[in-house]
Design a protein around this ligand. Structure first.
Ligand code: ZN
Length: 77
């Protein structure tokens, strides 16, 4: 199963569908293009995947898709 290693050492698995640690994010500008009934597959294509580490709560955002690595955001103390 594909996996990602968080900077805290937690392994995050990517293969589970639906994935409990994965979120799909979309900008308000992109989302505003949708009206009425929405095709879930079209909406999914406009989202960016984000993982939430269950251990340290970092957000791992794949701005350019899974194949191009993530940017990690850590909670402030
Ligand atoms: Zn972590």
């Amino acid at each position: 199963m594909p996996k990602e290693l968080c900077k805290c050492g937690q392994v995050l698995y990517l293969g589970e569908i639906p994935n409990p640690v994965e979120w799909q994010i979309i900008s308000d500008v992109e989302f505003d293009r949708y009206t009425g009934q929405i095709d879930a597959e079209m909406l999914y294509a406009d989202t960016k995947p984000m993982l939430v580490c269950p251990h340290c709560h970092r957000l791992l955002v794949y701005w350019q898709g899974f194949s191009n690595g993530y940017t990690a955001y850590r909670q402030e103390e």
